[in-house]
Structures are given as C-alpha cells and as structure tokens.
Design a protein around this ligand. Structure first.
Ligand code: HGY
Ligand code: MN
Ligand code: MN
Ligand code: MN
Length: 409
C-alpha cells in the first residue's frame, strides 16, 4: 500500500470539525480565527510528515519536503482550507491533506526525490468573505496588487485589514511572488464537485482544463414607494427589472454549449413587506471553458440589462469583481498523472473542471494539472458534500505516484 488511507480519512474528519456547525456545514473564512485554528492543525500534520513549515507574506501555509537538490525548482501541490459559507469537509481540504499524506508516505518509505516538494494551503481560494478569491495563488503568481486588498467583507473590513489582524503585513505581499525558474510543476487533487465521475462509475479522473469564473456585481436603482398607494404603471421597481434580467440570464445561458450562470447573492433594499424596493443588488457568476463564448454571453447580458433598465427608467451599474481566464491543463502534468494511474492500475476518464482552482492563477509560471475524486451525487458547497474513503485513497495514491514522477527527475 503506497499511502495510509486510514490516516488521511481521520485527518479529513478532524479538520472538518473546525468551523462545523450543528447542521454539519463548515464556515471557515479566510484570515479568520477559525482558519487560524485550521492552519495550526494542518501545520501539525505537515511536521508529522517530515516537512518544514512556514507561512509566506500572503498567508499561504507552505510545507517543504526537502529534495536531494534543494536548489532545483520545486514541485508544488496542495489546495485550500478556507471554505464557502456552510461548505463541506472535502472541498480544498482533501487536496491539502492528500498532498500531506503522499509526502508522509514517501518520508516513511525513506524516499527523498531530487526536487523539493512543497505542499501549499493557499490563502482565500473561495473568495467567500471578500467577493475576490484566489488571493494566495495570485500572490504566488505575482499578480496580486495592493488595490486588490481594498475589497471589503460584510462588516466593512478590507482584505488588508483582515491580513493585519491575522498578523500579516499586506504591504509585503510582493515577497510571496515566485519566478518561472522557481517551480517545476503544480498538481492539485480536488473533489470533482460535479456528477461526471459518478455517472461513469469511476473513483478518479484527469482534468483537461479549468473553466474560468467571471464575477460581476449588479446594482439597480429605482424609487422606493408605498406598496399600497402606488399604481403598477407609476412605479420604478428595480426588482421587476432584475426579474426580467434573471429570466434572460437563465434562458440565454441554456443556448450555450458549456456556459453556466449563477445568481448567488441578492439584496432587496430597504427590504419591507409594504415598501416598493428602491435598490436591488445581485451577484452574477458566469463560467465557460471557452473564453470567447463567455465573452459573448457576457455581452448579451450587458446589452439586455441596458435595454430593460432604459425601458423601466432604472439606473444601474455593473462592477467587475473578478475575471479569471479559462486554463488548459499542461501536457507534462497530465502525462505524469496518466503514468501514475497506469502504475496503480486505475482507469482515468478525462473531464473539464467547471469549478475554479488555484492553479489557474499561475499556469503562466509553470505547468499545472489536476486529479479529480468522485463527489457523491455531484454535491459540493453544501454540508452534504461527500467522497468515500476508498475514492480519497485511490486519488491520493495517484497523487503520490504523480509527485514522484515529477520530483524524481
Ligand atoms: O468558485 C469556485 O469555483 C471554487 O469553489 N472556488
Ligand atoms: Mn469551492
Ligand atoms: Mn475548492
Ligand atoms: Mn482549488
């Protein structure tokens, strides 16, 4: 047996208790006290695995397993331990814990590859707290800018302030940046969060590319008024305009082959049963594996919004929260994963990742690739998120052999 599935499973369950509420949902936002506890727990696992642990200027938690040639470019693996609100135990966490398990197994078998292996728990992959995600991986890519740190959470705390409260100096984020010669390759294990592997009845899969998330924030302004005394033809109700926009978004997106659209956050202000809304704010998450298709859909939604707001005399603004290009997986990492699957005698279906992942941020820096583990009923971002111990162990064995392929020569 190459990896210890029991130990991996116990850690997934143990880490999953940090931030878990009575419904079984986990809410562990970035730069929070709960995330600090989770980082302390993961640091202990990294030390048990024979790694040297540090936190970089962006709060990325990094475990290094020293290679025989410390000056050679490192092989990076990992994921994230921050969660969405009411998230599950596996999203992100499995990628970090499986990487630690793979390294610990190497360490226990006395294997020391040529290249150092770094296991990273990236800061704020989800973007749940500030509406701007992948902070740690952007910093590693050198693309995180000071103005990005002005995004605020619901309490008005900026990313910079939250970093300071977590003991980091936001002014130093540039120190976390790596150069292309620093990293040989990046491979991430993650739960699929969809239904493809389950429908194929396969435990693991090879990711061919990652769809790019585009996040927009819409604000529509009309006129608050009395719900009883204002005739329907004399209203400027932004929620009526928003309803037409939602309907357009859902109908139009279905015309596209791969695109998906989600309105996940909606605020109606001032929010009273007998008040015609004065203001409506909503988020839009648009994704496609094809950049041109996503752009085309975005344009159609923008023009429809303009037309509806003009007709209904509603002012509006659309703010960009984040625009992440879709990313193809790199051949050398895919080959290493395929060889690893042959070594373990595992079939390896190919699939696209609809979810975004940290590797998207630094694919220009180094080759990136991903291994997916089957999600029960395709559920994620939900307390019912689940992957079996066997599937987690199968994925981790493939990660173990992939890392050896990449780090040995
Ligand atoms: O939103 C995503 O795709 C991922 O869960 N961060
Ligand atoms: Mn997620
Ligand atoms: Mn994730
Ligand atoms: Mn990820």
């Amino acid at each position: 047996m190459t990896v210890n599935g029991e130990r991996l499973w116990a850690r997934v369950m143990e880490l999953g208790r940090i931030g878990e509420d009575e419904s079984g949902g986990i809410t562990r936002f970035s730069f929070s006290e709960l995330e600090r506890q989770a980082k302390a727990q993961v640091s202990r696992y990294m030390i048990e695995a024979g790694m040297i642990v540090r936190e970089d200027a962006a709060g990325n938690l990094i475990g290094s397993y020293e290679g025989q040639e410390p000056s050679a470019p490192v092989v990076v693996t990992g994921s994230h331990i921050d969660t969405v609100a009411q998230g599950g135990k596996f999203d992100g966490a499995l990628g970090v814990l499986s990487a630690i398990e793979a390294v610990q197994s190497m360490h226990e078998q006395g294997i020391q590859p040529k290249h150092t292996i770094e296991v990273i728990a990236f800061s704020d992959e989800e973007g749940s707290r500030f509406g701007f995600g992948m902070i740690g991986s952007r910093a590693l890519a050198g693309t995180l800018k000071q103005e990005d740190l002005t995004y605020q959470d619901e309490q008005g705390i900026s990313i910079a302030e939250a970093m300071r409260q977590a003991g980091l100096d936001p002014k130093q984020i540039e120190l976390a940046a790596r150069k292309p010669e620093d990293i040989k390759a990046y491979v991430e294990l993650h739960i699929e969060q969809g239904k493809v592997l389950e429908q194929l009845d396969q435990p693991v899969g090879l990711v061919t590319g990652i769809a790019g998330p585009l996040w927009l924030q819409f604000t529509l302004l009309g006129e608050a008024g009395h719900a009883g005394a204002t005739p329907m033809n004399m209203r400027r109700d932004p929620l009526q305009a928003a309803t037409s926009i939602f309907d357009f978004i859902y109908r139009e997106t279905r015309q596209f082959k791969h695109a998906v659209a989600t309105v996940g956050k909606l605020k109606v202000l001032p929010g009273g049963v007998n008040i015609i809304p004065g203001e409506v704010q909503f988020s839009l998450d648009l994704r496609d594996i094809d950049q041109a298709e996503r752009d085309r859909l975005e344009q159609r939604i923008r023009s429809f919004t303009e037309q509806v707001c003009k007709e209904q005399q509603i002012e509006y603004k659309i703010e960009l929260l984040q625009r992440v290009p879709p990313v193809p997986s790199s051949a050398i990492v895919m080959q290493a994963i395929e060889q690893a699957a042959q070594l373990t005698g595992t079939k390896l279906p190919l699939l696209v990742s609809g979810a975004g992942h940290d590797g998207m941020q630094f694919h220009s820096l180094c080759p990136v690739g991903m291994i997916f583990v089957r999600s029960k009923d395709g559920i994620s971002h939900n307390p019912k998120e689940w992957s079996s111990q066997e599937d987690c162990e199968a994925g981790t064995s493939i990660l173990y052999h992939t890392l050896l392929q990449l780090a040995e020569r």
